[in-house]
Design a protein around this ligand. Structure first.
Ligand code: UDX
Length: 426
């Protein structure tokens, strides 16, 4: 069955969702405010890097996939999906301004439509947002009754860099819904995918997203705490987590100790859950600790470099890896940011290298040097800090002979197999 879908927001989630639903045989219009993005999508050029996205855009842009700044398509389609951002407020809570304005615009666009329509929220929103913000705004502005518009909450679990693969091969599909008809339409939309479908309330669907991301972040901070203890005891934390992770109740994934988590989701979602908990009078001690461990972890890289080369003033230090993880040019909340800040503060001559993220980091730290190759970064360096799990770093060996000898190689991610390498917690 092919449906017509409008997606509000052409960012990373909206664009990947739109591309994948087109790939599954539907007609998709992405509603976006940024004219550059609209132009780029319509030309089949991805405005972001995401593996497999370019192929889909090239195949369908202009035929079954369009981008526009107008909400006119909403009245013609079966389903609209809200994929706008929910950036953090200064207190960590989610800013719902874009959600509200998307709901108002969808409502207005539905005013003259009589056919049944499903409005779905895919953005990560605090529990209660679909019921308290989206439903009332859509119904008020469309002047229609709730039996003529259905509402769903359908969170995404996409990893950056692997989002197309995650969309097409999900572990599960979560659908929170207001009525069976809306739920049935969403189930049809996902029917080409092989995955268990969890049907639940709107609020539970919203909470599942925060719970999943907070649990994954907890696994990482837990591994880092165990790693810090293991290092002091002279035990290999990677062996320990492998042994622990093979217990099916624990699971082998997300136990890689190191510099901690960054990105657009984990830090923001854990903080939003803390703020939500506190707003209802709960004191989430564990979640606070997850953030605290994550803030301290990269600073340990600075302690390590001090312990190895003493005063850092005017030392030349190579930072390999700027993206918050491999396979992306995204530097949001990257663990290399506090490390570079600390190095600059101590008067270090920082020379950075990343296969994809250098132009973004250049905007944040214009005064440090950026190398066009790993060799240039390592040349004559007093120390080298590895901050991102780029697979190409695991090939490095001979290159370290370019550094001052013996080389001081410090890892925030376990990548290099050499006896003279010291890790943040190994
Ligand atoms: C995450 C979730 O995985 C995804 O389901 C959600 O929709 C969005 O947030 P993403 O932010 O793209 O995805 O990255 P992910 O691959 O999960 O890694 C997040 C961070 O954790 C990275 O900085 C990574 O380096 C770090 N990490 C991951 C660890 O430090 N150790 C691990 O074992 C795994």
């Amino acid at each position: 069955m092919s449906l017509s879908i409008s997606i509000v927001g052409g960012g990373y989630v909206g664009l990947v969702t739109g591309a994948c639903f087109t790939h599954l045989g539907n007609n998709v219009t992405i509603i976006e405010v940024d004219e550059k993005k609209i132009d780029s999508i319509n030309k089949g050029v991805p405005p972001i890097f995401e593996e497999g996205l370019e192929e889909i855009l090239l195949k369908y842009s202009g035929t079954r996939l369009f981008a526009t700044n107008s909400y006119a398509s909403v009245a013609e389609c079966d389903v609209s999906i809200i994929c706008v951002g929910t950036p953090p407020n200064p207190d960590g809570s989610s800013n719902l301004e874009y959600i509200r304005s998307a709901a108002i615009s969808i409502g207005k666009a539905l005013k003259d439509k009589n056919r049944y329509h499903v409005v779905t929220v895919k953005s990560t929103v605090p529990p209660g947002t679909t019921e308290k913000v989206v439903i009332p705004e859509v119904l008020k502005n469309s002047e229609r009754k709730s039996d003529n518009i259905g509402f769903c909450m359908n969170p995404e679990f996409l990893r950056e860099g692997r989002a197309i693969e995650d969309f097409l091969h999900p572990d599960r599909i979560v659908i929170g819904s207001s009525d069976e008809r809306a739920e049935g339409i969403l189930k049809d939309l996902y029917s080409p995918l092989q995955a268990p479908v969890i049907i639940t309330s709107l609020t539970a669907a919203e909470m599942i997203k925060y719970t999943s991301n907070s649990f994954l972040a907890t696994k990482i901070s837990f591994s880092n705490e165990i790693g810090n203890i293991c290092k002091k005891l002279g035990i290999d934390v990677y062996d320990v987590m492998k042994g622990a992770g093979l217990d099916h109740r624990i699971g082998p994934h997300f136990l890689n100790a190191g510099a901690g988590f960054g990105g657009s989701c984990f830090p923001k979602d854990v903080s939003a859950l803390i703020s939500l908990a506190e707003s209802v009078g709960e004191k989430p001690k564990l979640l606070h600790a997850v953030i605290e461990v994550n803030e301290i972890q990269p600073l340990k890289m600075l302690e390590l470099v001090h312990s190895r080369i003493g005063d850092l003033k005017s030392k030349r230090i190579a930072v390999l890896g700027l993206a918050f993880k491999d396979n992306t040019d995204d530097i949001r909340d990257s663990r290399s940011i506090p490390v570079i800040k600390g190095l600059i503060k101590e008067g270090v001559d920082v020379i950075a290298y990343d296969p994809m993220a250098m132009s973004h980091m250049q905007k944040l730290f214009p005064a440090i040097s950026y190398a066009d190759s790993i060799e240039t970064a390592l040349n004559n360096a007093d120390a080298c800090l590895i901050m991102t799990e780029w697979p190409l770093f695991s090939q490095l060996d001979e290159e370290f002979s370019l550094m001052k000898q013996p080389p001081v190689i410090l890892e925030g991610r376990r990548m290099i197999k050499r006896p003279d390498v010291e890790g943040i917690c190994w």
